[in-house]
Design a protein around this ligand. Structure first.
Ligand SMILES: [Zn+2]
Length: 184
């Protein structure tokens, strides 16, 4: 199974494919109409071709609201949310959500696990996520940490300076604490 982000992406991809196959035949924008002669609610495409007939009035309006153009716009909006709420590439100890931001001076992630991101959970709800599906999803994996830089000659010389720090006898008397001892 994918993780939550991957699962939503799959649902959107499926919806987009459905829209494209529908608008290949009937264009992107659909309208409803009432046929007085037969007292019938119909769904027409933009060229006036019949998409569906004998619909209940509410169903005709609902279908027209979900014509390919509208659904594709919704998919695009969902993809923008997915692009914001994804794994933070700079956090390596946990699969944090970048879009949820950070808190405190340490800039700790607001959402430690992308599967717990409230924005993604709401988005997934709209795509039919159930507690059972959520429980079956994979856990996201934190991005691998970049290799540690080799200690350079500059770092080593800084260490050496620390080890060979000035003797304590050079500390001015005003700065010497009660337990101060002279060290050569
Ligand atoms: Zn988030």
């Amino acid at each position: 199974m994918p993780d939550l982000h991957g699962w939503i992406t799959q649902q959107i991809t499926h919806l987009e494919a459905l829209c494209r196959s529908a608008d290949k035949e009937h264009g992107r924008d659909w309208v409803t109409t009432w046929e007085a002669r037969t007292d019938d609610f119909e769904l027409l495409d933009s060229s006036g071709t019949l998409v569906a007939r004998s619909l209940l009035p509410g169903a005709a309006g609902l279908l027209a609201m979900h014509d390919p153009a509208s659904v594709l716009r919704r998919c695009e909006a969902d993809r923008r949310i997915l692009a914001r709420h994804q794994i933070d590439p700079d956090v390596h100890y946990t699969p944090a959500c970048k879009g949820c931001g950070t808190y405190g001076d340490m800039e700790l992630p607001e959402t430690d696990n992308l599967n717990d991101c409230p924005e993604l959970l709401d988005l997934a709800y709209a795509h039919g996520l159930t507690p059972e599906i959520l429980a079956s999803l994979d856990q996201p994996v934190p991005p691998p940490a970049p290799p540690r830089p080799e200690p350079s000659a500059v770092n080593l010389s800084a260490y050496m300076r620390l080890w060979t720090a000035r003797p304590t006898s050079s500390v001015p008397p005003a700065l010497r604490g009660p337990n101060w001892k002279a060290r050569p």
